[in-house]
Design a protein. Structure first.
Length: 76
């Protein structure tokens, strides 16, 4: 695989996509994708914060039952 300027490489654990809200709904890959689609040129640090903010809004601050790991590498 060859990465080009503007490409992003994202690694995450299931604690991100399997985070749930009070109704038991999962955050899911679709919501994760929405964060990235909302800011296609954002630096990696802003994307990480965007994912964390989206998780906070979605879960309403409920306690996580799993670890959450997220690594984003952006090629400039």
């Amino acid at each position: 695989m060859q990465l080009r300027p503007g490409d992003r490489l994202v690694f995450y654990t299931d604690g991100i996509t399997e985070a749930h809200n009070a109704q038991g709904e999962l955050f899911g890959v679709e919501r994760l994708d929405e964060v990235f689609a909302a800011c296609p040129t954002c630096p990696a640090s802003e994307l990480v914060q965007g994912v964390l903010d989206a998780l906070q809004r979605f879960t309403g601050g409920t306690t996580s039952s799993d670890d959450r790991t997220l690594l984003i590498a952006a090629v400039s």
